[in-house]
Design a protein around this ligand. Structure first.
Ligand code: HEM
Length: 165
């Protein structure tokens, strides 16, 4: 598989994190405001929840592609999972990142379903507020930010694979 395909898939995965974080923050702020000030559940509330959960699902697909096909880190880990567990970066990408992110996708999806099915607007806001908050905390702590463990950490710049940062 040419290196450029890996770079493009990794770039999409890297930049989509910002869509997820921004959509989640917007959805969570609106949900708490709507819940505590008893406002109607508007088309904007609905749309932000949709953008957040859809971008999580797309990220899951891209992540699975990286995990199973492209990432040299996971490929190295699969050669010897036992040894990989003693290496912080290999363990992070082969086990911790995927496990926490799949959990976050499930929590966000359950929250959206419960919010849509809730019978009144207050309950819609409440479900979105609680589940989206838990989901974005899981996502936030599992993103390989520059301050993450050495070897797992990645630059904030989503173009770093092209610019060589
Ligand atoms: C759903 C929320 C997720 C977010 C926000 C997220 C975020 C990220 C970020 C920011 C990176 C670093 C990219 C870079 O180098 O700039 C990364 C790497 C990676 N992610 Fe995710 N991820 C998510 C889910 C997943 C899932 C579910 C999987 C696996 C199924 C996955 C697999 C990977 C792999 C294998 C890498 C390392 C790629 C490499 O450097 O070769 N991610 N992720």
């Amino acid at each position: 598989m040419p290196e450029i395909v890996y770079d493009i898939v990794l770039f999409l995965h890297s930049i989509l994190r910002y869509v997820i974080v921004l959509a989640a923050l917007g959805a969570v702020v609106l949900a708490f405001r709507g819940w505590f000030t008893r406002q109607a559940f508007t088309a904007l509330d609905e749309r932000l929840g949709m953008i957040f959960t859809s971008s999580m699902h797309l990220q899951l697909l891209i992540g699975l592609l990286l995990y199973a096909v492209f990432s040299p880190l996971t490929q190295a880990a699969f050669m010897n999972m036992g040894a990989a567990m003693t290496s912080a970066p290999l363990r992070f990408y082969a086990v911790e990142h995927i496990a926490m992110m799949i959990l976050a996708v499930i929590v966000a999806t359950v929250g959206r379903v419960l919010s849509r099915r809730a019978k009144d607007d207050a309950a819609k806001h409440r479900m979105a507020a609680i589940f989206y908050t838990i989901a974005i905390i899981l996502v936030f702590v599992s993103i390989p930010w520059p301050w993450a463990a050495e070897g797992a950490a990645r630059p904030l710049n989503p173009f770093h694979m092209f610019t060589g940062d």
